[in-house]
Design a binder for this molecule. Structure first.
Ligand code: AMP
Ligand code: MG
Length: 409
């Protein structure tokens, strides 16, 4: 059986960004920028006032309480006032064009208006409170570098240089199939022996969170024929995910159906718990993940292998969940010979992180997955962990990083 690190490396060796598309700024936040944005103009485009106040010539205010003539009032959006000559001032608003002849702005709090004159409190440093053209960006500058995850400020930067459409990485489309004769879709009553198809919804949400687009293809019966037919339709997507049917049971026909359809299996079974029976293969450029049916197994496998693959396909430079150190809040026993992932809640205690198991670690108990913040990584070879020992935890909510988490494990 291969290790978790080998399985992840195998998956990542097969997947590549799926391409780019153009989107309007309104749809671009959270996407990965695919091409740099250049400024086609200076930002700000003209010399303007940083304050509400009075534009003037600093040389006219060498002493306290200098009195100047107010010759104009200039608002933001005005084309600018008359040229100022010696002894002149113009009332000016934030963002308004600084009139020719003026070299400084004094804020309104430091002035006293008196009819058509203004008394300025003190000496003025030339250039104060003036924003020069190009102070933020110069025409020709790279305003946004690629690749980068687009954030709200980036949207504003693009808009400030007049760019309404951005080239972004296309989000991979992910077909999701749930196999199992026992499964019933939401909104229908459960008959004897039946359970709700929760995996498809879990995975669709996880796919979205990973920056890809889920396509739910419904429930597939456990027969070979039905399984082949359903998968054949799924290959139109960029990625195929299925759950169930990859284990040792009589009705676990997914791997056979995939082989019949030309999927080249790269691995089946990884030395891990939960999620050991995962299969992974390629059909042309389409990666196919046969995730186990147990709800926790399928989601843990998603976090370990599918999420980094989707992030790479979406052009994201950071693929991996971060590993954090934490002190164990209870004794833990893990499976020797496998890498075990223990569902833990992360608390902060006296400035230190404490990891507390969230209950039953059975691969069917999704509730302890729902309660957890991270997965403690218990490498093979160690089966017993005392409370207060320091452990590594995959932080499921942490910011993605570029280093793979399993090197040397
Ligand atoms: P399998 O891998 O097909 O043997 O399924 C393992 C366990 O996971 C069984 O108890 C299934 O009933 C359960 N299971 C399989 N698919 C789903 C699903 N889509 N949603 C919830 N549980 C499932
Ligand atoms: Mg099954």
């Amino acid at each position: 059986m291969i290790s978790v690190a080998e399985a992840l490396a195998t998956v990542l060796a097969e997947v590549h960004p799926v391409g780019t598309e153009q989107v309007h700024l309104g749809q671009a936040c959270g996407r990965v920028l695919a091409a740099p944005v250049r400024a086609d103009r200076d930002v700000p485009p003209f010399r303007n006032s940083a304050m509400d106040g009075f534009a003037l010539r600093a040389a006219d205010v060498t002493t306290a309480h200098a009195r100047l003539r107010v010759v104009a009032t200039i608002g933001a959006g005005d084309t600018g006032g008359p040229e100022l000559t010696t002894g002149d001032a113009a009332a000016i608003m934030t963002g308004a064009v600084v009139p020719a002849g003026a070299d400084s702005v004094v804020k309104v709090e430091d002035c006293e208006r008196d009819g058509d004159t203004v008394v300025v409190a003190g000496p003025v440093t030339s250039g104060s409170h003036i924003r020069e053209p190009g102070e933020d960006l110069r025409r020709g500058d790279v305003a946004l570098e690629a690749p980068r995850l687009i954030r709200p400020a980036d949207i504003g930067v693009a808009a400030s240089v007049g760019v309404a459409v951005l080239a972004v990485q296309r989000r991979p489309i992910v077909a999701i199939l749930a196999t199992g004769d026992e499964l019933v879709d939401l909104g229908r009553p459960l008959g004897p022996g039946q359970i709700a198809n929760s995996n498809a919804y879990t995975l669709a949400a996880a796919v979205e969170e990973a920056g890809a687009v889920p396509r739910m293809l419904g429930i597939v019966a456990d027969g070979l024929e039905a399984t082949r037919k359903a998968f054949a339709e799924a290959f139109a997507a960029d990625v195929v995910l299925s759950t169930g049917g990859v284990s040792m049971g009589t009705f676990d026909v997914v791997r056979r159906a995939l082989a019949d359809l030309g999927v080249e299996e790269r691995f089946w079974k990884v030395a891990q718990k939960p999620g050991k029976p995962i299969s992974f293969g390629m059909r042309g450029t389409v990666p196919v993940f046969g995730l186990p049916g147990n709800p926790v197994s399928s989601l843990v496998c998603f976090y370990l292998y599918v999420r980094p693959a989707l992030r790479r396909m979406a052009g994201n430079p950071c693929l991996h969940l971060p590993v954090v150190r934490a002190r164990l809040g209870a004794d833990v026993r893990t499976a020797p010979g496998l890498t075990e992932f223990v569902r833990v809640a992360l608390h902060s205690q006296g400035g230190r992180r404490v990891a507390v198991p969230t209950g039953s670690q059975s691969s069917g108990v999704l509730r302890s997955m729902s309660l957890c913040d991270g997965l403690m990584i218990a490498p093979p070879g160690e089966g017993s962990w005392g409370a207060n020992s320091d452990v590594d935890v995959l932080d499921l909510a942490g910011p993605a990083v570029s280093e793979a988490p399993f090197e040397g494990r």
